[in-house]
Ligand binder design. Structure first.
Ligand SMILES: NC(=O)NC(NC(N)=O)C(=O)[O-]
Length: 343
């Protein structure tokens, strides 16, 4: 069976975006914070701590009274949830047989008490789980979600909770309309690339600096005359003023040069090669360097980064201003769905 399309969407709960566990009723065996760890779970058999076998995940005690266990997760970026993964990797004799996930929308910085009293809408209802498995659930809930509540029936261990969805730009994050239009936390997304052999291009637009080469995008060595590329769909239409092409950590494998092109899908079809306009001409790059290039572009909705011929890059930042009227549109969309996660 092929992977569902929604798996390619960003994990809104990931710690990489600032997601975090804000409360749980029980984490005696293993901390619920592990649910949002970006790296895949690991396991070393027969490693015992003071409470029992050590697990990389959330694990509650064996229930001796009726009920269920829960953990509430603050998403790193608000969005519309398209699919969830309740990953029970390495939990074999102690996984929960079923899980539910609910979502809510609460803006600002709500307390656990406020979250507990929120209107929760179902994203997954009593979904059957397999042990030691990435259990996948499609969500048809169209509302904007800021927090999710994982409920396990009745108890047990879950290694990771992935909440894949489309980021909805939060206009309170850029009150003057100046933002990194490529950033995933603002709603930017990598929608195409030539090669992702060593590292995912989605990492180019993640927050912060890459800590290692492994946190960037890296292609294999090309043995033909072509070059590698990625296309980013911007958070919203905007005029670019500053590009950052960050080759940090890529010392023996930085691209020799790069260029940027853009297109405005409101005026031309991005599938039409001839519609793309130069934003930054082919420019030499240095290894292990945060290059900044000042730009002055017309409004664009998509940007293509070409690297010549291949190699790796840690981050791509595309700072600029939202096109005229777009900030008002984003504010209206944000306000319209306020307090209505289920709509
Ligand atoms: N061997 C175990 O994993 N036992 C228990 N869990 C831990 N973490 O020790 C349990 O009851 O699920």
């Amino acid at each position: 069976m092929s992977a569902p399309d929604w798996l390619a969407l960003p994990d809104l709960a990931s710690r990489r975006l600032g997601g975090g566990v804000v409360g749980t009723n029980d984490e005696l065996f293993a901390a619920a914070d592990n649910l949002v760890t970006p790296e895949p779970p690991g396991f070393t058999p027969r490693t015992f701590g003071p409470k029992g076998q050590v697990y990389d995940g959330w694990e509650t005690r064996r229930r001796r009274t009726p009920g269920e266990d829960w953990a509430i997760v603050r998403l790193g970026a608000a969005g519309v949830v398209r699919g969830l993964v309740v990953d029970t990797s390495f939990f074999t004799g102690n996984y929960p047989p079923a899980a539910s996930v609910h979502g809510c929308r609460l803006d600002g910085h709500p307390s656990l008490d406020e979250l507990s009293a929120a209107d929760w809408v179902p994203l997954v209802t009593h979904g059957a789980l397999e042990g030691d498995t990435a259990n996948m659930f499609f969500s048809s809930q169209a509302g904007l979600i800021t927090h999710v509540k994982l409920v396990i029936h009745p108890d047990g261990g879950v290694a990771r909770l992935r909440v894949h969805g489309e980021v909805v730009p939060d206009p309170t994050r850029f009150p003057d309309g100046w933002l990194d239009l490529a950033a995933v936390e603002n709603g930017g997304r990598v929608v195409g690339c030539s090669d992702l052999f060593y590292g995912s291009p989605a990492q180019l637009v993640e927050p912060g600096l890459a800590r290692t080469m492994g946190e960037g995008w890296e292609t294999r060595r090309r043995r033909d005359a072509g070059n590698d590329w990625v296309v980013v769909r911007l958070a919203a239409p905007g005029r670019l003023r500053l590009a950052e092409l960050d080759t940090s950590h890529f010392k023996g494998n930085a691209p020799g040069a790069a260029s940027l092109r853009g297109v405005d899908e409101r005026k031309a079809d991005p599938a039409d090669e001839a519609a793309w306009r130069d934003l930054l001409p082919r420019t030499d790059l240095r290894p292990d360097t945060r290059h900044r290039f000042v730009l002055r572009t017309d409004p664009v909705t998509h940007v293509r980064l070409d690297i010549h011929p291949d190699g790796g890059m840690a981050r791509l930042r595309l700072h600029g201003h939202l096109d005229d009227g777009v900030l008002d549109t984003l504010r209206a969309a944000w306000d319209r769905s306020a307090g209505r996660a289920g709509n």
